[in-house]
Design a protein around this ligand. Structure first.
Ligand SMILES: *Cc1c(COP(=O)(O)O)cnc(C)c1O
Length: 391
């Protein structure tokens, strides 16, 4: 049996995979077993921040791998301490809890918000958290409950109590939901990634801010996809001038290895105490050594490149035949096409460009340092696949 057959026989059938098996990659290019070359506009779903097999990241990871791969959280370790320090210094936040995925980072944020409310009210009367329809926060039962998308909920009830949903385009709905429930937090993405690269308006985010500023609601920003330079700011809440009480991140922070981080501001920094949360692999030295390399390189120059490259791609696509709308910020780009997005994605892959979809849109999440040549290669293929007139 070949890989595809073995996979189909032995791996749980949860993924609709593209019919391609990549063998290796370098920078923004992937290669299959026949040596066919693909431009990578997916970066492993916003994970490979500086591309595939990036030399500096690989060196940082392999160096730590040769020193010490894992000790557990019963002992101190330099890479995770240094990574937490760097995250706090770059954001003004106070403390970090490390885990292994976005779902876990959000699970920790939810636990922290609940404990914060319990310390404040003495009971669980204010345990409810508001999330936004179309958002995505993970696949565990609780983060799935936080994910207000009916099609993902089917088959998996009963759900964790304590979540209420608001419309991401209707500030009045959000105000009503907050007024009608005893809530402790609003949790949201500034750009709903899985939800179709839907950018929250400044006006809407200002309503979230003012509701939180009244003091009894924590602001939790899910930066799992939008974080780590993706939108052209280090974290996307910075585009809106927010000061979250908690933000979570994962995907691109590790640059290719699994990590989750829940980052606490002043109000929440001391809520978790010994024994209240934990993770066997969280803060793993190898993963943190790689993340430290990634974060240290996300400087002003790198972020400027993200903004410029993203603006260029968006302007090129906005004028292409067959494009109905282009959304997103930086190198998190959604494209509504006249042709079905799945069809366009399949055609792109066939012609040597790996792209993603989200809802009814094409989604582009290239490496943040994608060279201009790779951008041009990708745009040629994508425009061709989108064009309703092209053969
Ligand atoms: C991917 C994603 C998650 C879940 O991350 P996992 O690492 O798959 O658990 C949560 N929130 C957002 C916004 C995401 O994009």
């Amino acid at each position: 049996m070949n890989t595809m057959e073995i996979d189909k026989t032995f791996i749980a059938d949860t993924y609709k995979r593209f019919p391609v098996e990549f063998e290796k990659g370098k920078g923004s290019y992937l290669y299959d077993g026949d040596g066919f070359k693909y431009v990578d506009m997916s970066a492993g779903i916003a994970v490979n921040t500086f591309g595939l097999c990036d030399d500096e990241w690989t060196a940082a990871v392999t160096k730590q791998l040769g020193l010490l791969a894992h000790t557990s959280n019963l002992f101190y370790s330099e890479p995770d301490a240094m990574l937490a320090k760097m995250i706090c210094e770059k954001t003004g936040m106070r403390r970090v809890f490390f885990s292994n995925s976005g779902a876990e980072a959000n699970e920790c944020a939810i636990k922290t918000a609940r404990k914060w409310a319990r310390l404040r009210y003495g009971d669980d009367s204010h345990a409810t958290i508001v999330t936004l329809r179309g958002g995505f926060h993970g696949r565990t039962v609780t983060t799935l409950t936080a994910t207000a998308q009916d099609e993902l909920h089917e088959d998996f009830g009963p759900f964790t109590p304590g979540f209420v949903y608001a419309d991401p385009d209707d500030p009045e709905d959000l105000k009503n939901v907050v007024a009608e429930n005893n809530c402790c937090a609003i949790m949201f993405e500034t750009i709903q990634g899985e939800g179709g690269v839907h950018v929250l308006s400044k006006e809407y985010v200002d309503v979230i801010r003012s509701l939180c500023e009244k003091g009894s609601l924590l602001m939790i920003v899910d930066e799992v996809q939008t974080g780590n330079g993706r939108t052209g700011s280090l974290y996307s809440y910075m585009n809106y001038g927010l000061n979250p009480d908690i933000f979570t991140t994962a995907k691109g922070l590790g640059g290719g290895l699994p990590i989750g981080a829940t980052v606490f501001g002043t109000k929440t920094a001391d809520v978790l105490t010994p024994g209240s949360h934990g993770s066997t692999f969280g803060g793993n030295p190898v993963v943190c050594a790689g993340a430290l390399n990634i974060l240290s390189r996300l400087d002003d120059e790198a972020l400027k490149y993200v903004r410029e490259t993203g603006a260029y791609i968006r302007s090129e696509l906005a004028e292409a035949p067959g494009v109905e709308e282009v959304t997103g910020m930086g190198l998190m780009i959604g494209v509504k096409t006249a042709k079905p997005a799945a069809e366009v994605a399949a055609a792109c892959l066939e012609n040597g460009c790996a792209v993603l979809t989200a809802k009814d849109r094409l989604r582009l999440l290239p490496a943040l340092n994608i060279p201009r040549k790779a951008v041009e290669d990708a745009l040629d293929i994508i425009k061709d696949a989108i064009d309703p007139e092209a053969e």
